[in-house]
Write a protein that binds this ligand. Sequence first.
Ligand code: SF4
Ligand code: SF4
Length: 166
Amino acid sequence: MQIKYFSPEELRKKCENGRRETDQLIKRLKKRDPDNLDDVVHTLHDEAFSRFDCLSCANCCKTIGPRLIPADIDRLARALKMKPSAFTEKYVEQDEDGDLVFRAHPCPFLLPDNFCMVYEQRPKACREYPHTDRKRFYQLLSLTRKNCETCPVIFSIVEELKYLDW
Ligand code: SF4
Ligand code: SF4
């Protein structure tokens, strides 16, 4: 599987062009919930990330940012030697869904070379993104459809899935 870097703008256009096939794939997978879906997706995930370096991308850190849980805020505040309340005041806001998120995009902890300044203490959602190694991938199909517009690896995995016989 070839993975090529695409900017979010390019990915949005590509996703729009392939929308019909993507929707058909997701509909089929939701209907059938194939037993081997996790195995197939995990294999594609391992293959993709053995060939693609997130440091050459950082689209997720630049454009979407993680949903934060209180444990993330406590850990990050401790790492920055701040009180959680001061950290929250400086970096965190509530989005329209009521979720806690960083105030700024790109993420305030993204360095110019795409390294994460708080990598060891990064939020749980950053550790889990793009979720293609998660169990019960079936439950993440709608989220994956959306994430295709941000992540070149997810985009490539979904393109591969379209060629398989589900
Ligand atoms: S905390 Fe680190 S990994 Fe998470 S969005 Fe910010 S820069 Fe990216
Ligand atoms: S997880 Fe996806 S969007 Fe984020 S840096 Fe890696 S390839 Fe890019």
